[in-house]
Design a protein around this ligand. Structure first.
Ligand SMILES: *[C@@H]1O[C@H](CO)[C@@H](O)[C@H](O)[C@H]1NC(C)=O
Length: 203
């Protein structure tokens, strides 16, 4: 290889690197612009996540409660939440949570251990409140809908919490938190469901 072609090759690499880097910057800029209106000043980096499409209108975040030990989870899916399952172990705390989006059950947060409670939502029924009690783990959970129905699981002991959206129009879109032999924290993400491109996923 002569000097000239080596230089050309190096220049090519350099341009490719620059292109790559600027591409990343543009991508980063775009994603931060997209997320900016939905950023919550109370959100610590530890709880950073990307808000999926169809969840961004009137988005608000209820900051996680609990010790937050262990690894993080985020339950998200496409379409509207149509069902919920919560597992509780025999001496009290919440061990696992699963949400159904459209006809699909999500991956689990935590483990399918102990008793399971399940609630399927009706058409146009949405979750508007997540309450419960926590110590080290989430001890109990109550998911309430706008048809005045609720699912409750676990043993109520410890500190109370109560989460709901910032606007009346919003509904529960997804949850996130941490898990370690059970759910050690839970936070709630609220928004107005807007996926008009995919109406069959509503229910
Ligand atoms: C519950 O919320 C959904 C979605 O916003 C709405 O379509 C429905 O009318 C509400 N139902 C009641 C009983 O408020």
């Amino acid at each position: 290889m002569n000097v000239e072609s080596k230089q050309i090759e190096e220049t090519g690499l350099l341009i490719e690197n620059m292109y790559h880097q600027s591409g990343m910057k543009i991508l980063f800029l775009v994603s931060s612009l997209l997320l900016m209106p939905f950023a919550n000043s109370q959100t610590p980096d530890e709880y950073s996540f990307s808000v999926p499409f169809g969840s961004r209108k009137e988005y608000s975040f209820s900051v996680p409660v609990g010790s937050g030990k262990g690894t993080s989870y985020a339950i998200q899916g496409s379409g509207r939440i149509t069902g919920i399952r919560v597992w509780e172990n025999y001496n009290g705390h919440i061990t696992g949570i699963q949400l159904r989006y459209g006809y699909m059950w999500s991956e689990m947060a935590g483990y399918a251990r102990g008793n399971v409670q399940e609630m399927l939502l009706y058409e146009n029924e949405v979750i508007v409140q997540v309450a419960g009690k926590y110590t080290h783990n989430i001890q109990s959970l109550v998911f309430s809908t706008n048809m005045s129905r609720s699912l409750s699981a676990g043993q109520p002991s410890g500190h109370s919490f109560n989460m709901y959206p910032h606007t009346k129009k919003a509904e529960l879109r997804f949850i996130s938190g941490r898990q370690q032999n059970g759910i050690t924290s839970i936070g709630a993400h609220w928004g107005v469901f807007t996926d008009h491109k995919n109406p069959q996923s509503l229910h």
